[in-house]
Design a protein around this ligand. Structure first.
Ligand code: TYD
Ligand code: MG
Length: 465
């Protein structure tokens, strides 16, 4: 007879431990281990008495060619920022995880998406485990989408939802959120790794069979009381994260994984009174509040997936009153800032060690590209020297440990976007000469190639680019 025993499961990465400890050895997160009951003993039914595998039924083997063209037709919401991120629309049977902090706007985004799909005649079902039907209706009213024929339900039992999927021909299903769902044959509480995994597995199995495109909303929590979306990432086809600073109205939808399209794409939205609206030209938005002639401000011409994005990098260097000086970063990698400060100190003789350094990507955006190094260095040098960076100039390039500036990809697109927004100068890494084609879209720009950080310091000191 099988007995139940207690194991400790990390709610962030799903690693199983025999004993409780404060830190998960697998992912390094603190306070994420939670007790869960598991049935011990051999798995039921797989082995026959003699130890060899029981006979299964033979599989139906099929060819590679798609038999029904309808299966690859994508479902397009018409919200361009959303469609680009999903790789050009939803795929029948595709499972999409939408992760993000509570209150960031996941429910709002998905309600808007399914409303526009429903208005095209697709059968859309929205199952909320968090809100009552009337609350979802009130949100639809606020979004002025209450006329859309979306079928609503408030439910948390996976068995009931599974029957509903089986009995209705659903095109698009939203499960909001997966952490509220439970499978009644599993003993753990809703929100634990075991429940979240089992519920998602069960729902994905059914929706793949019925060719229903399914969104799973997954809250990200730092405290680890509920399982994070991490444990689901490998089970779904597409992983999207909705991020943004709650103090700002911008929200960024980012593709982390996509079996049906490119990753690293972003969609930019603005949260307003009537829900989320698209931001077709995010560069203009991110630069809109830039002040000219301020020290420590440099514009980075970045790429997010296939799309160029201009962002203002701000740095502040202040005297450290006592002890170890602070280094604080918002929207960028702390280690990368330390590296650039070390390179500026060791290779170029700039003294930051007695100063506090603050770095901020303006507008609440998070940048992950190493190509931002050059713009970060420019803002740091400008802040330290107390001289503004020429306002009409953009920067991009990766910095190496000897202070050399390395080439980055897609420089043509970066320049094109900069020219479009009225920038006349660019300081960029040296590019391979075979790539040097001048395009009419940025031929008026003065492009300066920078080999080493010393050249950048020289340019900023002289104030001419
Ligand atoms: P919500 O979609 O409920 O977030 P999540 O599902 O990720 O938890 O969005 C919650 C926030 O968005 C809430 O603070 C209110 C705000 N909001 C607006 O500002 N305008 C709107 O039109 C709507 C619907 C929400
Ligand atoms: Mg919600």
């Amino acid at each position: 007879m099988s007995k139940s025993r207690t194991t400790y499961v990390c709610q962030s990465c799903g690693a199983v431990h025999a004993l409780w400890s404060g830190k998960c050895d697998a992912c390094g997160e603190w306070n994420t281990l939670q007790a869960e009951q598991v049935e011990s003993g051999p798995p039921k039914g797989l082995h026959s008495g003699s130890g060899s595998l029981k006979k299964g039924k033979s599989l139906d083997l099929v060819g590679l060619q798609i038999e029904d063209q309808k299966q690859i037709a994508r479902m397009v919401t018409g919200i361009h920022e959303f469609d680009r991120v999903t790789g050009g629309g939803l795929v029948p049977g595709g499972a999409i995880l939408l992760g993000g902090d509570p209150g960031i706007g996941k429910s709002t985004l998905l309600l808007q998406a399914v409303c526009s799909l429903a208005l095209q005649g697709l059968k859309c079902v929205y199952v909320s485990g968090e809100e009552a039907v009337d609350q979802v209706r009130m949100r639809a009213l606020r979004l002025k989408m209450d006329h859309a024929p979306v079928a609503l339900a408030s439910a948390t039992n996976v068995r009931d939802i599974a029957s509903t999927i089986d009995q209705n021909e659903i095109d698009v299903l939203v499960i909001d959120s997966i952490q509220t769902m439970y499978v009644d044959s599993v003993e753990s509480a809703p929100g634990t790794v075991t429940q979240v995994r089992t519920a998602a597995q069960e729902l994905i199995r059914i929706t793949k069979r019925t060719k229903t495109a399914t969104f799973f909303v997954g809250h990200v929590t730092k405290e680890g009381q509920i399982a994070g979306p991490r444990v689901l990432e490998h089970m779904v086809d597409t992983v999207l994260y909705f991020e943004g600073d709650r103090g700002h109205q911008f929200r960024i939808l980012r593709t982390v994984k996509n079996r049906f399209g490119p990753t690293d794409e972003i969609g930019v939205f603005e949260m307003g009174e009537k829900g989320l609206s698209e931001v077709p030209n995010p560069s203009a938005l991110f630069l809109s509040q830039r002040q000219p002639d301020v020290t420590g401000s440099a514009v980075f011409a970045g790429m997010e997936g296939t799309r160029p994005l201009l962002v203002e990098v701000q740095a502040l260097v202040a005297p450290a009153p006592y002890g170890a000086p602070r280094r604080s970063v918002v929207g960028w990698d702390q280690n990368r800032l330390s590296m650039i400060l070390a390179v500026l100190e060791a290779r170029c003789g700039m003294a930051f060690s007695n100063s506090e350094v603050y770095l901020n990507m303006a507008g609440g955006i998070r940048i992950t590209e190493p190509a931002a190094d050059l713009a970060v260095a420019a803002s740091l040098i400008s802040a330290l020297m107390g001289r503004p960076v020429p306002a009409e100039c953009v920067f991009f390039g990766e910095i190496g440990l000897s202070g050399e500036v390395r080439a980055v990809s897609q420089w043509g697109q970066r320049l094109k976007e900069s020219a479009k927004l009225g920038f006349t100068n660019a300081c960029i890494a040296e590019t391979v000469s075979s790539q040097k084609k001048t395009s009419a879209s940025y031929s008026d720009m003065k492009v300066r190639e920078i080999k080493h950080l010393d050249d950048l310091i020289h340019i900023l000191r002289e104030g001419i680019v």
